[in-house]
Write a protein of this length. Structure first.
Length: 298
């Protein structure tokens, strides 16, 4: 049972990490908690479901197209909702983020309905449900292995973009000081848009993986997942990409063991408990640093 719970925790933890990275990237660049990010995750799952059922595309093609649409949704979210408020108080942008979250939930209800829809299992690769290997006597399905692999590949790709490209260098410059970055020729708005696109594509990928893993997609799925991913980002240190990755894995494993050894009724409560404990005990998170404003308030 221990190994099975650990494998399940790592599987869902990797998905939380993908969502948490989107939160922490946006916060690191413009100091905004994008509460509508969970809805990008939800839309990614619905996009993939639509491509599979209505257009009958192969799973991998639907996966890639849904990620592209997730990136586009992230860009539109920035251009429509956040860019006009770039120089406004942070509270205005925060309220807008909550409003966009509610708007996207209701838009999804209008398009796809309010009831949960099953993810088309027959359109997934046939080998996904077959055991790929055995770890400590616990079987690992090809779907779980696919989630492990795609999560690792996306994280490696994100690391290479941030640390090995000029765009990544510009992102880090904007995160440190937007004014100085603009003075040396960085197009700040373009870099922020790229950040939203990357975050949106990762969130959409997470939504597709959850839909395939749990066989259920519904308009409000982004709310709970968004809170959990936010807890993971805070645990790792909001603004730290490696911290968000580690925080997602830790939260997923803690949730799996809590549900297995205590009760599945407390699955969601564990995320809230972790969030509260981190804020109280280590406000900066595992890899974060307290800002000047935060230090003054403590």
């Amino acid at each position: 049972m221990f190994i099975e719970l650990l494998l399940n925790g790592l599987t869902i933890g990797g998905i939380y990490a993908l969502i948490a990275v989107g939160y922490t990237m946006v916060y690191g660049v413009i100091q905004l908690i994008n509460f509508a990010h969970g809805e990008i995750y939800m839309l990614g799952a619905f996009f993939a479901l639509t491509f599979l059922t209505a257009l009958h595309l192969p799973f991998y093609a639907a996966f890639g197209l849904a990620m592209l649409l997730g990136a586009l949704c992230g860009v539109l979210l920035d251009i429509i909702a956040y860019r006009p408020l770039r120089n406004s108080p942070r509270l205005a942008a925060l309220i807008t983020a909550i409003g966009m979250s509610i708007f996207l939930q209701n838009l999804a209800m209008i398009i796809w309905g309010s009831r949960p829809l099953p993810f088309p299992q027959n359109d997934l690769p046939a080998y996904f449900k077959q055991p790929a290997l055995t770890v400590g006597g616990a079987p690992v399905s090809w779907l779980q292995l696919f989630i492990f692999i795609i999560t690792i590949l996306l994280m490696i790709g994100l690391y290479l973009i941030i640390h090995k490209t000029n765009t990544g260098k510009a992102m880090r410059a904007v995160a440190q000081n937007k004014t100085m970055a603009a003075l040396v020729g960085v197009n700040v708005n373009r870099i922020i848009t790229v950040t939203f696109a990357l975050a949106g594509s990762l969130g959409a990928a997470a939504g597709i993986l959850v839909g395939a893993y749990y066989n259920s997609v519904y308009p409000t799925m982004g709310y709970v997942a968004g809170v959990k991913a936010f807890a993971a980002a805070v645990l790792g240190g909001i603004g730290s990409v490696p911290g968000a990755m580690l925080g997602g894995v830790i939260l997923g494993v803690a949730e799996a063991f809590g549900a297995g050894y205590i009760s599945s009724l407390y699955r969601d409560g564990i995320s809230y408990a972790v969030l509260i404990a981190v804020i109280v005990l280590i406000p900066a998170g595992l890899f974060g640093k307290l800002s000047r404003e935060t230090k003054k308030s403590l």
